[in-house]
Design a protein around this ligand. Structure first.
Ligand code: GUN
Length: 300
């Protein structure tokens, strides 16, 4: 039997609508307009497209959004100075620096400079540490936070289940494990993390009642690697050449969808799965950050 499809597009749409209502209420009741600043350095076309989508979604939710685009030659010190200004700006509650950054700029130095209370990517070491130690009100990285929402909103509570994650990146794999392990709604799972050096990957992935694949390699998970009835979330967003498309490529996940859908109980597609959720969670983090900063009188 073919698996149920977990539509990130639909779930993200519902979350964005909830946020739009919440933002309208914050404006009426508290005079608070959440503000998001996105910072883009260089001219990578994929990054430009992501940032444009993030800004458009923010505006549609009633969030004030400011996009700052800097040339690829920008010195690190100039970017740090810009971040200091945004940290001090009371109209901005969320700051996102799009990665990757050009070679002359050190990613970690930049991520360390964003005020933790405005770190809507959840990449600052203080937020990484808060998440790992189970703090309840943490700004969690958007992609794994989106995966938790996809599971909960499609009726799959990770509590007590064995979740297998394939991939150990700082953006997805590691925070995904922290979220699934923590003592909180959407957590309480038994978690295994596999990665590119795991021998006999299929023996590990077949243990997963929930299988989350975020390794960045198309075709990594085939049908025989999946436990029958499992819930499979494909985080992969890979560009593969496709001469039949006008733009010359198509986006594909890490999972062999047509095989796995015949084994899994539920599966998220690519595109239309995790991608839209990442944007919805960015908006959610921005609204949460605004509410907390407002309540704290701007202190972190
Ligand atoms: N580049 C790829 N994914 C991300 C993300 O989640 N946040 C930022 N800032 N850059 C990215």
């Amino acid at each position: 039997m073919s698996a149920a499809i977990i539509s990130g597009t639909e779930i993200a749409g519902a979350i964005r609508e909830e946020l739009r209502e919440r933002v309208a209420l914050l404006g009426e009741r508290d005079g608070l307009v959440p503000g998001l600043a996105t910072v883009l350095v260089g001219d990578d076309p994929a990054s430009h497209s992501y940032v444009r989508m993030k800004n458009r979604a923010a505006r549609a939710a009633g969030i004030h959004s400011r996009q700052i685009t800097l040339p690829g030659s920008t010195p690190e010190a100039e970017l740090l100075g810009l971040l200091d200004g945004l940290n001090a700006d009371p109209a901005i509650h969320g700051i996102l620096v799009q990665l990757p950054l050009p070679d002359q700029i050190r990613d970690q130095v930049v991520l360390d400079r964003v005020l933790p209370g405005k770190d809507v990517d959840g990449f600052h070491p203080v937020n990484v540490g808060r998440l790992a130690t189970g703090a309840p009100d943490v700004l969690a990285p958007c992609t794994p936070a989106g995966v938790i929402q996809m599971l909960l909103r499609s009726g799959v509570d990770p509590s007590g289940r064995h979740a297998v994650i394939v991939g150990r990146s700082n953006i997805v794999g590691k925070p995904m494990a922290s979220l699934l392990m923590r003592k909180a709604p959407g957590g309480n799972a038994t978690v295994t993390v596999a990665h590119s050096r795991t021998p006999d990957l299929g023996a590990v992935t077949r243990l997963g009642e929930i299988l989350i694949v975020a390794i960045g390699r198309p075709g990594t998970v085939t049908g025989e690697m999946v436990r029958p009835g499992a819930t499979v979330i494909d985080v992969g967003t890979n560009r593969v050449e496709d001469a039949t498309r006008e733009r010359g490529y198509r986006i594909t996940g890490d999972v062999v969808f047509d095989e796995v859908r015949e084994v899994a109980g539920a599966i998220s597609p690519v595109p239309g799965g995790v991608g839209p959720m990442t944007i919805a969670m960015l908006l959610s983090n921005t609204v949460d950050a605004a509410v907390r900063l407002h309540a704290d009188g701007g202190r972190d």
